[in-house]
Design a protein around this ligand. Structure first.
Ligand SMILES: Nc1nc2c(ncn2[C@@H]2O[C@H](COP(=O)(O)OP(=O)(O)OP(=O)(O)O)[C@@H](O)[C@H]2O)c(=O)[nH]1
Ligand SMILES: [Mg+2]
Length: 276
């Protein structure tokens, strides 16, 4: 499915309501090989982000992709393995976002522009004019992310039992982003039970796999609360390879823009972790 025109009017309405002068920035983060680039391709309905074939991490630098006019997706290298490279990648992400943030703040200050919703295209030309490549903000830490990132999708491999690295990653970013802005996205739903229960024809899980995925989502939500002390919404399970439930990721992004979201959250029981 092509999401580039998905709920555009609703998106514009939300962005105006929150006075966002830049595209809505969504970071796609996660451990290597969980399917971040595949997820971006599924959202864009195009093979633009390079997908890995082997054991080596594929995406090596932060890169942005416009999703429709007003959403910007950030593909990131795999994070969470605790190596030196991991630290460097983390630093790269936060440096890049801080540079962008400084560049458009400077632009608005210098030009006294009216606050307006800007498309990804407009922002690209502003950044070019501001020569943002030369801007430096050293020692930018994840604590500063809150100002720059509007939403984070943390991709988890649903076929893997070991989520230790995913929790490390959440530990790293949690200081910088409000938990309501984080979506835990459990990918590879098609092979969550080693390929059993997946219906190739409907490209959706059968009953048994669906029940497994629902339970897995709640269990991961509980473990994130216990391990990282983060109360996140019930994770979404999906398959980037088959395009299953990818619209749920879109819905999270759009709902998350809504300034009224937090008012409705309180009455929304799906946001509450059920007792063990
Ligand atoms: N079966 C299945 N395989 C998937 C799915 N999503 C991704 N893959 C496969 O998982 C592997 C890694 O996918 P990528 O999208 O490159 O993962 P990544 O998170 O971007 O990896 P890095 O860039 O290395 O951090 C590829 O072989 C994909 O084809 C899925 O939903 N189902
Ligand atoms: Mg990648």
């Amino acid at each position: 499915m092509d999401f580039s025109t998905y709920k555009t009017e609703e998106i514009i309405e939300h962005l105006k309501a929150i006075n966002l002068i830049k595209p809505y920035d969504v970071m796609i983060a996660g451990v290597t090989g969980t399917g971040k680039s595949s997820t971006i391709n599924a959202l864009l309905n195009r093979d633009v982000a390079k997908v890995g074939l082997g054991a080596e991490p594929e995406t090596k630098a932060v890169q942005d992709y416009a999703l429709g006019q007003f959403i910007r997706l950030w593909d990131t290298p795999g994070l969470g393995d605790g190596t030196e490279q991991d630290k460097a990648n983390t630093q790269d992400i936060s440096n890049l976002l801080s540079r962008l943030y400084l560049a458009w703040n400077r632009h608005y200050k210098n030009n006294g522009d009216q606050v307006a919703v800007n498309s990804c295209e407009t922002i690209r030309s502003i950044l070019k004019k501001e020569n943002y490549g030369e801007l430096r903000w050293r020692n930018a830490a994840f604590e500063n992310l809150e100002k720059m990132l509007d939403c984070a999708i943390i991709v988890i491999d649903g076929s893997s039992k070991d989520l230790g690295m995913a929790y490390n990653l959440l530990e790293t970013i949690k200081a910088g982003i409000n938990p309501t802005k984080i979506l835990i996205a459990i990918n590879q739903a098609d092979i969550a039970m080693k390929g059993r229960g997946w219906n190739i024809e409907t490209m959706a899980p059968g009953e048994e796999l669906l029940a497994f995925l629902q339970e897995q989502a709640l269990s991961i939500q509980r473990r994130i609360l216990k391990t990282c002390e983060l109360q996140v919404a019930v994770p979404t399970f999906y398959s980037a390879a088959y395009g299953y439930n990818v619209d749920k990721l879109m819905d999270f992004i759009v709902d998350n823009m809504n300034p009224k979201k937090n008012e409705t959250d309180e009455t929304d029981e799906t946001q509450v972790v059920p007792p063990n």
